[in-house]
Ligand binder design. Structure first.
Ligand code: ZN
Ligand code: ZN
Length: 324
């Protein structure tokens, strides 16, 4: 819960950690030595450092004992962090950024005005452009069946931790990473800084850390309070707070909801394995195929019956997440 003025010193320090980390990220990319900030490998290192730092903070000041890290959760999270940094990043570059950059070049689109903006404004542009796309993609996922099937595994999380933002079906991870930022001419360090700022916000927004940032932060940026409500067991609450990092978009577009949840998950809070998350979008198809095969084996060709069985099986995971 949000703390009053009688907040103990430890809580108060933790409440200011997310904004402090954003300032640190800006200082590093804005003032760091050239050989470091212009090296592409540095972004991987700083992204990992952000996740590790917040994971360690979970050990120092946890939010809920039920969300405490264990071996199984850690192994799963690590798998998805590596997957996101490798396969997902590569696919997203091939189907998103590269075609966009090629189209921009062939159409002769130039956005020199962006490059001429102050560096901090360029970082802000990166944050808001990427997040604007993510907000609408996330909202689409909660409202259109096939997209929901890719996003539903993320809502089967039964606890929240620093790297849980990377956990989900691989198709969803690619879709959510698509953005139009490649259309803008920007300083490379501003793009890297923007990505790391988003990393800090969304990592804290998924983390088991007792940190409730001050209103100057939480009015604009997503916190664990907002995002835990999005992950709650209450269906209507999951249909709000879509902003992965910028909650301001929910306030603007009318999807903001105040509150917080300690219990997260859906469908009886069933935790999915990595394999179950991977095949989840294809489950209705597989169930339909199985139902058909079973009918054939039984020698019964009653198509109406077989289809209604398949529908019932396929509808189970979808029904709890998508509005009728
Ligand atoms: Zn969602
Ligand atoms: Zn989430």
């Amino acid at each position: 819960m949000a703390n009053s003025s009688a907040t103990p010193m430890k809580d108060r320090i933790f409440n200011y950690l997310p904004p402090a980390m954003i300032v640190a990220v800006l200082c590093f990319w804005g003032m760091g030595p050239g050989y470091m900030v212009e090296h592409p490998g540095t972004l991987i290192a700083t992204s990992a450092l952000i996740t590790i730092t917040v994971l360690l903070l979970e050990l120092v000041h946890e939010r809920h004992a039920d969300w405490r890290m264990n071996r199984q959760e850690f192994a799963t999270d690590l798998f998805y962090v590596v997957l996101s940094a490798t396969v997902v990043a590569w696919v997203s570059q091939k189907i998103g950024e590269e075609p966009l950059a090629a189209a921009k070049a062939s159409l002769g689109i130039t956005t020199q005005w962006a490059m001429n903006m102050p560096w901090v404004a360029q970082v802000a542009l990166v944050v808001f452009v990427i997040e604007f796309g993510q907000y609408w993609m996330h909202r689409l996922m909660h409202n259109v069946g096939p997209f929901w099937l890719t996003h539903a595994p993320h809502h089967h999380l039964t606890q929240l931790n620093a790297a849980k933002g990377a956990v989900g079906n691989p198709i969803e991870l690619v879709l959510i990473s698509l953005s139009v930022i490649a259309l803008f001419d920007l300083e490379l360090t501003a793009i890297f800084a923007g990505i790391n700022v988003l990393g800090v916000i969304s990592t804290f927004a998924h983390a088991n850390v007792r940190s409730d940032p001050p209103v100057f932060y939480s009015f604009v940026f997503t916190t664990i309070r907002h995002h835990s409500l999005h992950h709650s067991t209450d269906y209507l609450s999951t249909r709000c707070n879509y902003g992965n990092s910028v909650i301001l978009f929910d306030r603007i577009f009318g999807t903001y909801r105040e509150g917080e949840a300690a219990m997260v998950g859906q469908d009886d809070r069933r935790r999915l394995s990595i394999w179950e998350q991977t095949i989840f979008p294809f489950q209705p198809m597989l169930e339909r195929y199985r139902a058909r095969s079973n009918r054939k084996v039984a020698g019964n060709d009653d198509v109406a019956n077989e289809d209604s069985n398949a529908e019932a099986a396929a509808g189970r995971p979808v029904g709890s997440g998508v509005a009728a």
